[in-house]
Design a protein. Structure first.
Length: 109
């Protein structure tokens, strides 16, 4: 009877030692994973900070470029409007010349 109890105690001791070794390995693996996660988190944080600084630089540059873009757009619109107006005036003049062709030809004879 005592042999059976001692065998059971030995088996339970072996199981407990195995569980303790497994728990220690798990703690080491968790610690390693946590340190890897911290490194990854700090790298991502650094990249996000760089990204934010880059975005701020781009916004600052765009704010400097915007007035020039507005001026160029305004000048381009004025030129386009002027060309359209010249086209309309030219069309009216040409239509008048074609319509009054006979009278105009009479002036030069």
């Amino acid at each position: 009877m005592y042999d059976a109890i001692s065998n059971q105690v030995a088996a339970l001791t072996a199981i407990l030692e195995r569980m303790e070794r497994q728990a220690e390995e798990d703690r080491k693996a968790f610690s390693l994973d946590r340190s890897k996660a911290e490194l990854a988190r700090s790298a991502v944080s650094a990249e996000l900070t760089d990204f934010r600084h880059g975005q701020n630089d781009v916004m600052r540059r765009l704010s400097k470029i915007e007035p020039i873009t507005d001026l160029v757009t305004s000048v381009r619109s004025q030129i386009t409007g002027g060309l359209i107006l010249l086209g309309v005036i030219g069309g009216v003049a040409w239509g008048g010349i074609v319509f009054f062709k006979e009278i105009i030809m009479g002036w030069f004879q």
